[in-house]
Structures are given as structure tokens and as C-alpha cells.
Design a protein around this ligand. Structure first.
Ligand code: HEM
Length: 507
């Protein structure tokens, strides 16, 4: 009887207070055992960890992303450990030019890692080129959009870019008269915003009027990038929280795009001939008329919104890098100005310079390349998932399902490819024989690589190639503080902070 009593008491005690603790302890024990087994049988276990704990948890990587300077940490890690470093469980950062073709090549079966999922609202994923993981769906989507971004189409937008350059130039003239300090990176972003909205909707956002962050758009894109960067580390959480994240953050842009599309639809209904309006939206609508099932309203919305969200920070950061380097390397600037002057004297360039003419300025092209090399806009490894069968990278076998990625910042500091002192800005680096230039080109990842290369790269080159010669012919950009140790914030895109300058009108 006493035994029965004792047993009953134990059962009651177990079920009341001990059971949850025990369940947690047992679950923890099972988890630790499984992880210990996984780690001990991991073929990559001898690969160095980026930091203590990186092989057990993603928290170290999350912390690095929160700090906002992962591009520098990533460079240091590869300097210390060589070609492969583990940044999180099952995730490896790579520095090996031979891996580019393997990971990103056109025929590869690698898919984008889950980190990208947080860059799209789940309901818009089917038309989101950047985040789409499924190779077949991506290829189909990309085919639908490729033509709109082709070089031959973009030159139709030159007059739009000219209009924005002349507005920007007026603004800079005002600044040169008032001699006030301006944040040149901010003004370059204003330029990028006005150009992209002009070529997309045939109307400028209006940033170049007084530099105001219209509708809080710049701030909301910054918030979105912060959200997507961090949430990408735990993408399962994104599926639950996304309504509070990107959608709410980008409300103004969504509203703007919807309104612009609504107006265009109305104008079309009232008889507007879309072929007379040279912008993306008109071309999208014409395509929709031809193929309403294949190219839907969601495609139109996705394409227009992507232009604004993906095409502004990137172009502004790249322009900032060019301006920063030219303003702090007078010898390079002198050479560039001489090249422009000579081309002008020889009647090889017009005023304003055309995109095609700018391609003939060899030194200028090297300046652009080198500026984008020392400061690529995207500052995180571009994660990809190893396909079935696994793969050999840098002499190691990576099983299927492993995540690997190359960070352009790391690639561009590779001395074997770019020569000694790769951190230094030296456009002459590119003016070498074909073979050497091709090797550098191969490991130049500012626009990504392979089937997922940037679809908008020609647009940004159009904006850059036309603005820079004009800007430096007309003005001196004088740093108002030391720009050598300027702060940068990495939220996928690495933004310079506080490029204070004074602008001077040249004689
Ligand atoms: C200098 C300016 C730019 C830079 C440095 C840049 C950089 C990049 C990079 C590195 C990627 C590849 C990302 C990855 O594989 O993880 C990418 C993809 C992409 N970019 Fe850009 N970008 C720029 C301008 C633009 C513009 C102007 C647009 C749109 C108008 C744009 C739209 C896109 C899209 C849609 C993708 C995804 C393409 C795909 O996966 O098929 N970008 N960009």
C-alpha cells in the first residue's frame, strides 16, 4: 500500500513540476548528440571557423551583419585562413577565382541560398527576379525581362539622363555659389533616384529639387535592407513576419508605383499611344497587351518597383566611389580630364557626351572599373546551395545542400589576380595585356556573375558614363573632411557615410 502511495506521489510530482524540465533536458540532450555526431562526421570539419561558435550557430554571422562591417571582417578572415572559411553551420565563404565558374557559371545547378528569401514579400516571390530560387522559374522570368534592359533599348533613354544631369548641374552651381558643405553621396543618390524614375515612369521623383528624402523613400529602403539582411539569416521567421517588414517599410514606394501605373493605364484608355512614351512602363504595358497571361500586371508592378528599389542605392554607391576616388587622387583626375579634353578637341565627343562616345574613353573606363573594384556596392557573400552530387571547390569536397558564396570585397582584394596592394586605387591596373585583364575581369564581381548577374548593369553604366565626365569638366569636388577613413555601413549594400564636400565651379 505504501509503495502504491509513493508511486502515485512520484507520478503526481513528475507530471506537475518535473516533466517540462525533463522534456527540455532530454530534447537538449538529443539535439546536442545529433549535432555532435553531425559535426564529428562532417567531411569539412577541418575547415577553420570564422570565430568560436560559428560551426554551432548562425548567431555569430547575425552579429557580424548587425555590426555592419562584414566586408572588412570577411577580407581579414581570408587573409588569415586562405581560400575557405566557415561563417556559420553548413555555410562557407570562398576566395578562389576558379570557383566562380563552378558556383555561378551559366550552366551550374547551384541555386540561390535561403538568405535571399527575406528580400521579397512571399506573395510577390513569383515575379521577384532577385529572390527567386527555382532555376527554371528564374530563367523564365529573366527571359521575360531581359529585352527591357538590353543595351540597345537603354540608349533610347539618353535624353532622360541628360535632363537629370542638367538639373543636377544647376543644383551644383547653386552650391558652388553658396560654398556650403554638401553630402555628395546623398546628392548622387538624389540623381540616381530621379534618373531611375524618369526612365521607368517618365517623371522624376523630385529629389534633385532640394535634396529632400521625398516620402521617406531613402530611409525606407535603408530599413528594408536592414530587415532583409538580418532576417535572411533566419528566413523561416520572415515567412511569419514579412507583413511587418518590407511591405510596411516600402509603403510609399508601393503607393507611388501603383499610382504611376494607374495613371498610365488611364491615359492608355483615353487613347495615349504608348509607343510615343519612351520609358519602361510603356514597354511593360505593350508587352502585357501582347501576352496578358505571360506578362501580367504583377510583372509590370514587379519590374517597376524593382527598378526603384534595386537600381538606386547600387548606382549611387558606385558613383560615390568614383567621385571619392577622383577627388582624392588628383593625378588620376588630371589624366582623366586630359583624356576628355583631347577627345573633345578631336571631335570625338559631343556635349553632353553620349553613352557610346564614353565607351571610347579608355582611361575613363579603367577609372570606373577600378572604383567599382575597390568599393563594390554589394558587400556580403552571394550565397548559393551546392547541388546534388556535391562539388569540389579549392580542393575540398562540398556535399549537396552546403551553402557557399564569394564576397566581391574579398575577391577584389585577391593579390594573385589583381596584383600587389589590391586595396589601392590604381586605374592603370586595368590597362594591361588582354590575358591579364581577362583574369581580372573573371574575378570582378561587382555585378555578380553568371545567370544571376545584375540585369540593370547597363542602366547604371549609362547613368555613370554620362554624368562623371560632365561633373568633373564643370566642377571641382573638394573633400570637406578627410575621406580616407570615412565610415561605411554594410546592409548588403555598403554605403559610405558623410562624404562632406564643397563644390567649386571650374574656370
Ligand atoms: C552600379 C549599379 C549596380 C550594382 C553594383 C548592382 C549589383 C548587383 C549584384 C551584385 C547582383 C547579383 C546579386 C547576387 O547574385 O546575389 C545584382 C542583381 C540584380 N540587380 Fe543589380 N546592381 C546595380 C544596378 C542595378 C539596377 C540599375 C537595377 C534595376 C534597374 C538592378 C537590378 C538587379 C536585379 C533585378 C538583380 C537580380 C537579377 C537576377 O537574379 O536575375 N541592379 N545587382
Amino acid at each position: 500500500m505504501a509503495v502504491v502511495h509513493f508511486a502515485a506521489l512520484m507520478t503526481e510530482t513528475w507530471s506537475k513540476s518535473w516533466a517540462p524540465t525533463h522534456i527540455v533536458l532530454v530534447a537538449l540532450g538529443v539535439y546536442v548528440t545529433i549535432r555532435a555526431y553531425q559535426i564529428s562526421s562532417d567531411p569539412l570539419k577541418s575547415v577553420p571557423d570564422a570565430a568560436f561558435g560559428a560551426r554551432y550557430t548562425r548567431l555569430w554571422y547575425l552579429w557580424q551583419l548587425w555590426r555592419g562591417d562584414f566586408q572588412n571582417t570577411n577580407i581579414q578572415l581570408h587573409k588569415k585562413y586562405g581560400k575557405i572559411v566557415r561563417t556559420a553551420p553548413n555555410q562557407y565563404s570562398i576566395d578562389d577565382p576558379e570557383a566562380v565558374k563552378v558556383i555561378y557559371g551559366h550552366t551550374t545547378r547551384f541555386t540561390k541560398g535561403d538568405w535571399y528569401l527575406a528580400s521579397a514579400a512571399p506573395q510577390t516571390l513569383p515575379t521577384n527576379l532577385f529572390a527567386q530560387q527555382d532555376q527554371k522559374k528564374h530563367a523564365e522570368l529573366r527571359r521575360r525581362f531581359n529585352n527591357f534592359y538590353a543595351m540597345s533599348t537603354l540608349v533610347q533613354y539618353e535624353s532622360h539622363v541628360n535632363e537629370c544631369i542638367s538639373r543636377f548641374s544647376e543644383k551644383l552651381k547653386e552650391f558652388s555659389e553658396s560654398k556650403e558643405h554638401i553630402d555628395i553621396a546623398h546628392w548622387l543618390q538624389c540623381y540616381a533616384f530621379d534618373v531611375i524614375t524618369k526612365i521607368t515612369f517618365d517623371r522624376r521623383f523630385g529629389f534633385l529639387e532640394n535634396g529632400e528624402d521625398v516620402g521617406g523613400v531613402i530611409q525606407s529602403i535603408d530599413n528594408f535592407n536592414l530587415y532583409a539582411t538580418l532576417m535572411g539569416v533566419f528566413p523561416w521567421l520572415h515567412a511569419r513576419l514579412s507583413v511587418f517588414g518590407p511591405l510596411v517599410g516600402l509603403k510609399y514606394i508601393i503607393g507611388y508605383v501603383n499610382q504611376a501605373l494607374g495613371e498610365r493605364r488611364q491615359a492608355k484608355a483615353q487613347g495615349l499611344d504608348l509607343s510615343t512614351v519612351p520609358d519602361f512602363v510603356s514597354k511593360f504595358f505593350v508587352n502585357n497587351e501582347k501576352d496578358p497571361e505571360g506578362f501580367t500586371m504583377l510583372h509590370i508592378f514587379g519590374g517597376a518597383a524593382t527598378n526603384v528599389v534595386a537600381g538606386t542605392d547600387t548606382t549611387a554607391i558606385s558613383l560615390s566611389s568614383i567621385v571619392r576616388q577622383l577627388a582624392t587622387h588628383p593625378d588620376v583626375l588630371t589624366k582623366l580630364r586630359a583624356e576628355i579634353q583631347d577627345a573633345k578637341a578631336a571631335g570625338k565627343i559631343s556635349d553632353p557626351i553620349t553613352f557610346q562616345e564614353s565607351q571610347g574613353l579608355t582611361y575613363f573606363q579603367a577609372v570606373i572599373k577600378e572604383s567599382l573594384r575597390v568599393h563594390p556596392a554589394a558587400g556580403l557573400p552571394m550565397w548559393r546551395v551546392v547541388p546534388e552530387g556535391g562539388v569540389i571547390i579549392a580542393g575540398r569536397h562540398f556535399p549537396s545542400g552546403t551553402e557557399v558564396g564569394i564576397n566581391a570585397w574579398v575577391a577584389h582584394r585577391n593579390e594573385d589576380v589583381f596584383g600587389s596592394n589590391p586595396e589601392l586605387f590604381r586605374p592603370e591596373r586595368w590597362l594591361v595585356d588582354r590575358e591579364q585583364a581577362a583574369a581580372m575581369e573573371h574575378y570582378f564581381l561587382s555585378f555578380g556573375a553568371g545567370s544571376r548577374t545584375c540585369i540593370g548593369r547597363h542602366i547604371s553604366m549609362l547613368e555613370i558614363s554620362k554624368l562623371v565626365p560632365q561633373l568633373f569638366q564643370q566642377f571641382n569636388v573638394l573633400p570637406a573632411s578627410t575621406w580616407a577613413d570615412i565610415k561605411e555601413l554594410n546592409r548588403w549594400f555598403v554605403k559610405p557615410k558623410g562624404l562632406q564636400a564643397v563644390v567649386e565651379l571650374r574656370e
